[in-house]
Write a new protein. Structure first.
Length: 80
């Protein structure tokens, strides 16, 4: 994430963004296994897992709302 959009070269930005997504998506199955083993016999395991899954989607939904004013005021490089 540090190098994302650190250059004006469009193809490099797309490659870095793609690599970021691939690496993050590879972590989700491991996170799910660890989480489900951690709450193995918990009566509210489904509720806890839904909170974990929702937090990722909430973050993705809030990022454009939070970053839009920052980008409008300071430019697009300030949001990275």
């Amino acid at each position: 994430n540090i190098f994302l959009f650190s250059t004006d070269f469009y193809v490099l930005n797309v490659a870095l963004w793609s690599a970021n997504g691939i690496i993050q998506s590879a972590a989700w199955p491991a996170l799910a296994i660890i989480f489900l083993n951690w709450f193995r016999n918990a009566p509210n395991k489904g509720t806890m897992y839904s909170i974990l899954s929702t937090s990722q989607n909430m973050g993705s939904g809030l990022v454009p709302i939070i970053l839009t004013p920052i980008v409008a005021r300071f430019g697009w490089r300030s949001a990275t």
